[in-house]
Write a protein that binds this ligand. Sequence first.
Ligand code: P70
Length: 464
Amino acid sequence: MAQRRSWAEPYKIKVVEPIVMTTRGDRDRAIEEAGYNTFLLRSDDVFIDLLTDSGTSAMSDRQWGALMQGDEAYAGSRSYYRLEDAVRDVYGYEEFIPTHQGRGAEHILSQILIEEGDVVPGNMYFTTTRFHQEYAGGRFVDVIIEEAHDPASPHPFKGNVDLAKLSALIEEVGAERIPYISVETNVNMAGGQPLSMANLKETYELCRKHGILLMLDATRALENAWFIQQREEGYQEKSVKAILHEICSHSDGATVSSKKDNLVNIGGFLALRDPKLAGRARDLLVAFEGLHTYGGMSGRDMEALAAGIYEMVAVDDHVRARIGQVQYLGEILMKEGIPIVQPIGGHGIFLDAKAILPDIPQAQFPAQALAAALYVDAGVRGMERGVVSAGRDPTTGDHRYPKLELVRLAIPRRVYTQAHMDVTAESVVAVTEKSDAIPGLEFTYEPDELRFFRSRFRPVVGSG
Ligand code: P70
């Protein structure tokens, strides 16, 4: 296709959903009631909702049309077979196992492969993924390259696996203690950072040599494919569709939260190559999710998902515009001198809270405090991705202190306009300029598991 000077969304808007700007007084009250946790805000109190890109995409007219064609048969639904075809065509895995969302697939995969005392390496943790690995008796070990932990490193593939770290781990614990490596595409907690095809291939070769499986978290594999096309030698002329297919070819299976790349509000799947392993997964599926021909989805969910999978790869302009919007916001912030994770990632902008609030100690949750202050300024909702998200070490009980202490502004797909990005950038600048006034936080309630979702805080007296 002829190169243009600028990108534009390859769609126009047919339906809109009104949103309301609240007053500063309303927002002060709302954040206090929410215990300074943006997960506990009501969406009616939010103006621009950048909490997550998960399940928040706008569906196309074709997807809405597909909903009407859902076959709600308990067993053998036509919609299941359509979805199975879509996953086989686009991702290339033979065995397809539907689940209610990504963590449903993680649960099943962890239960069939991990035994008590096993070790599961991965290119940076993801909260729900690590939870399920530990819940199954495993121990997660981070084998991502060091650059991923440095927000300022401009490395083009910060999601890469560090093969020396992986080899050392295999040496240390023995390959028989490592059922699989979990390789995430476009690593969420690193800032939406891709891994390269070359690194994935080498990782897969190393694993095969040792009889270790390679399971992808292919939740944002489309966005990873885009970065490979843009940045990796030899991929400029290939479509993102072809690149995505090639990514999956270097793996034994994948878990996918379809609430991201796949453009639906709910759904997910586990995909495998080995039919025996798939049989064990289906045995558990019927106990935890639902029958093997619907998992946790209705027939209409499966129709919309099949349509979404085809739509995301139909033209490269879709992902180009999606990531283009994220870059638009990131570039404004960089011009304003706001410290954000470099390079700009695929699904959102990650503000470096340690750099913005250097006087708040990490034990007083700078990213949580920054997310709350940003919300109060103009009703923009982001998410803490720092020490609160990292949780406690199961053996010592201490906080885990990640190097990255970030606020994520995740951009939903096909939902907001450039004007929303402008308003967001202005608010980030305004809050950063007044950052001295932001107090640190302390827990008033801390849940035992995945604490970031429901924890509550209050400002630390005398700080800020
Ligand atoms: C987010 C969401 C979900 C997710 C993911 C990756 C790379 C698996 C999943 C789970 C939602 C979320 C989840 C936990 C904490 C905060 C937010 N990410 N793998 O906003 O999929 O949600 O469908 O069960 O990013 O990043 P699911």
